[in-house]
Design a protein around this ligand. Structure first.
Ligand code: PMP
Length: 407
């Protein structure tokens, strides 16, 4: 085989399908989010980011930056080892305590990312609990799917958010067979929210554990930013709550919060926890500052909610179709990979607006979209520019609009 021909052939196929990923070369600027410098090509220009998962702008928050600077100045750069071999620093210990407290759990365990936390924690539970059956929502994130796959445990998928289907699957199993239900609160691409309480009821009835990915909800929902489970008073009913420090908390890292015994079990058996260098202490310190700030302050959450509602209302007013949901994610549906990429390119080139196109395989074919994520720091002028540009492009591309009366 000619390996290079193989690689370029596969990439050409992606390009032909409109699914080849191109990344913008962005230079973020301290204190100026959502503005950043796009360094692609010869013409560097300022752009407004409308697709960031730094949902609250905490990646630029003074408390977070201050904590990171202080940690670097006092303890240096890297952790110096895996958690097991000299890499557990005081900053890691403090952050795990903050996270356990955030979710009302006995303990928490840090990983280098949300992806790794799902892969390692779910994979270890499914692999190590004898005869464990995993019941996985059909739209679960790739990190959960890969973890379950890696475990080689039996996995049955239930239709997305379909508690009746989940019950059918649970009912067919012996009550004493170990079972683990894996699902999300806010689903990242549609922004819809899982039926957490109903799933907890089923878990109680059929003797199952629950594993909830709150990656797109922590920091954003609940009086202290504990996620949808906190908002709905359900944290104590979940076996494992998993989250990220890289989205609303604005830094990096992933975690689970659960009982002391479960966290100790994962700490002791998960290769994705054991055999990798710990996060830099400054990252842990920045994340802890962010978690602490958002426990005490609802200002960012309230402001965020308001901006999301404004963007939705403005899109409705000009008939730009977007999926309705109860979260902060606004999926503007295009339904064609080539048009989706084109819209994204023109928004960036002609309007200084950066929204990465979301194409297959991230979303099913035919549901290609621009996933818009407003933040509390987008201004009225930013919203005007966004809606004006979309309105113009919708006409130019002859994309369907939704008349006001039908909304
Ligand atoms: N779970 C979900 C639902 C996600 O969308 C993502 C990332 N987009 C992750 C986990 C992984 O989190 P991280 O980016 O911290 O690796």
């Amino acid at each position: 085989m000619n390996y290079t021909d193989f690689f370029t052939g596969e990439l050409d196929r992606l390009r032909d399908d409109g699914n080849y990923r191109v990344f913008a070369d962005l230079q973020r600027k301290r204190g100026s989010f959502p503005q950043a410098l796009n360094r692609d090509g010869d013409q560097k220009r300022d752009v407004t980011i409308w697709c960031s998962n730094d949902y609250l702008g905490m990646g630029q928050h003074e408390n977070v930056l201050g904590a990171m600077h202080e940690a670097i100045d006092t303890v240096g750069a890297g952790a110096g080892g895996t958690r097991n071999i000299s890499g557990t620093t005081h900053q890691h210990v403090v952050l795990e305590q903050e996270l356990a407290d955030l979710h009302g759990k006995e303990a928490a365990l840090l990983f280098t990312s949300g992806y790794v936390s799902n892969w390692a924690a779910l994979g270890t539970l499914a692999a190590r609990i004898p005869d464990c059956l995993v019941l996985s929502d059909a739209l679960n994130h790739a990190s959960m799917i890969e973890g379950i796959r890696h475990s080689r445990a039996e996995c049955q998928r239930f239709r997305h958010n379909d508690v009746e289907h989940l019950e059918e699957l649970l009912k067919a199993q012996p009550l004493d067979r170990p079972k683990l239900i894996a699902f999300e609160s806010v689903y990242s691409m549609d922004g819809d929210i899982g039926p957490i309480e109903e799933i907890c009821d089923l878990a109680d009835k059929y003797n199952a554990m629950t594993y909830l990915d709150e990656v797109h909800a922590v920091g954003l929902y609940g009086p202290r930013g504990g996620g949808i489970a906190e908002e709905r008073g359900l944290m104590d009913r979940l076996t494992v709550i998993e989250g990220t420090l890289g989205k609303a908390f604005g830094v990096m890292g992933g975690y689970i919060a659960a009982s002391t015994a479960l966290c100790d079990f994962i700490r002791s058996f998960a290769s994705g926890f054991i055999f990798t260098t710990a996060l830099p202490p400054a990252v842990a310190a920045g994340a802890a500052a962010s978690v602490r700030h958002l426990k005490d302050s609802s200002f960012e959450r309230a402001q965020h909610k308001q901006r999301v509602a404004q963007v939705r209302a403005r899109l409705d007013a000009v008939g730009i179709p977007h999926t309705d949901n109860d979260s902060h994610i606004i999926p503007v549906m295009v339904g064609d990979p080539v048009k989706c990429k084109y819209l994204s390119d023109i928004l960036l080139k002609d309007h200084g607006i950066y929204i990465q196109p979301i194409n297959y395989p991230t979303v099913p074919k035919g549901t290609e979209r621009l996933r818009i994520t407003p933040s509390p720091v987008h201004s009225q002028a930013d919203i005007d520019n966004l809606v004006g540009a979309l309105e113009l492009l919708w006409s130019q591309c002859e994309l369907a609009r939704i008349p006001m009366a039908a909304q």
